[in-house]
Unconditional design. Structure first.
Length: 416
């Protein structure tokens, strides 16, 4: 009998299993995959996520893999250009890192095992075990082996957007919206552009950042209705998008870049939140909350809300408060803390800016001080309520002499 079973051991599940095991709980963590193994990902870890890795004693391991630090970020949205970097975090982190998932996930799984969690790789969960209406465990098997059953006081689904746990408990979705785009990405040698996040006219985007093995991840994004057109010639389409957004980078890409792995096409699932707790169960990571990858917050949010769930599940497991009460607070806090990121991501991932965001970002690009705050916002270090505060925006518009008719201080589109 375990205290906790965690289904899924990537960026949400492995840290959660590690944190609970470090508190002395008997934890079983299972995953259908074996490690190292790949999974579709933006790779990007914001400073807030790196601070969590640092607090867990794992950041040095990621840095030691040779993944290069990024200390200057380049964002464009049509003709709006914002360059810079956030101030260092409270613990001195002054860079972002974009490790391969084959590297990062292996580190996290190993850390979970080192903490005392029992980890079973290659284990596919076939069904949950119920005791009345309460989840009491899991059944599954490794490969073609015999079915095994494990029981626990709490079963946590960290098994992604197609979560078996979520399906078995009938977790209802809410606050959803349709995904806007598709993404193609691969890995390239001969690229040295620094970190780029460029959204051009014509509802298209390219992004690039350095990762392990002296390679760059290069990704492009277009609206979903252009997917078939794109996949007919992905290499040519990638080149076309980069050429149209930045001809100078396009020329360098044509002359020096060499794709070294196959393309990863992604038609992302819709944006959603799911009911993330119930009798004997909880959800974390994409199993409970998914948004477009445009802002690169998936890994950092998995860390952040994995830590939150670990803290509150501990209160329930220790008897400090009723488990259902603790898990209800987890869901409330996750939704409240992620609200601004969720709304911003859903809006700008449409690849067009509303008048509100156009005016805010355009004015931001004209102010070095507010540009630094923008990168602090992106990094998870500067409060969204201050960045988008009505008085703060009014002061920004005044500072840069923004046209009176274009000054938007209230996001009426989000309130509609």
């Amino acid at each position: 009998m375990y205290d906790v079973i965690v289904v899924g051991t990537r960026v949400a599940g492995a840290p959660l299993a590690m944190l609970l095991a470090r508190r002395g709980y008997r934890v079983l963590a299972v995953d259908r995959a074996t490690f190292p193994s790949d999974t579709p990902s933006t790779h990007y870890i914001h400073q807030a996520g790196l601070s969590l890795l640092n607090s867990w004693g794992l950041l040095d391991r990621v840095v030691a893999t040779g993944c290069p630090p990024v200390r200057n970020l380049n964002f464009t949205y049509t003709d709006i250009v914002i360059n810079g970097m956030a101030d260092p975090s409270a613990d001195g982190i002054d860079a972002v890192y974009c490790p391969r998932r084959t590297v990062l996930d292996k580190i996290l799984v190993e850390a979970a095992g080192e903490s005392g969690a029992e980890v079973i790789e290659g284990f596919g969960v076939t069904e949950l075990v119920f005791d009345g209406d309460r989840v009491a465990g899991i059944r599954g098997r490794v490969g073609e082996g015999a079915e095994q059953e494990f029981r626990a006081r709490l079963v946590i689904g960290a098994d992604g957007s197609n979560s078996t746990v979520a399906k078995q408990v009938g977790a209802q979705e809410y606050d959803g919206s349709a995904a806007a785009c598709f993404i193609y990405y691969s890995y390239y040698e001969g690229v040295d552009w620094g970190m780029q996040h460029r959204t051009g006219f014509g509802e298209q985007q390219f992004a690039a950042w350095p990762t392990n093995d002296d390679q760059y991840l290069v990704a492009v994004m277009r609206k979903r209705d252009r997917f078939r057109e794109f996949r007919a010639d992905p290499d040519g389409s990638v080149q076309e998008i980069i050429d149209q957004i930045d001809p100078a980078i396009g020329a360098r890409f044509r002359d020096t870049a060499e794709r070294v792995e196959q393309f990863r096409p992604m038609l992302y699932p819709d944006n959603y939140r799911r009911r993330s707790f119930g009798p004997g169960w909880a959800l974390v990571g994409d199993a409970g909350y998914h948004k477009d990858p445009f802002t690169g917050w998936g890994i950092t949010d998995a860390f952040k809300y994995g830590q939150l769930l670990a803290d509150l599940a501990h209160e329930g497991l220790s008897g400090a408060r009723p488990m259902d009460e603790a898990l209800a607070e987890y869901e409330r806090e996750r939704d409240a803390q992620s609200a601004s990121t969720y709304e911003l991501t859903r809006s700008i991932s449409e690849l067009t800016l509303t008048p509100y965001y156009d005016s805010v970002f355009r004015a931001t690009s004209m102010s070095p001080d507010y540009s630094k705050k923008f990168f602090g916002l992106i990094a998870g270090l500067y409060p969204p309520d201050k960045f988008f505060g009505e008085q703060q925006l009014a002061d920004l518009y005044e500072e840069v002499g923004f046209p009176e008719a274009d000054r938007h201080v209230t996001n009426t589109e989000a309130l509609a």
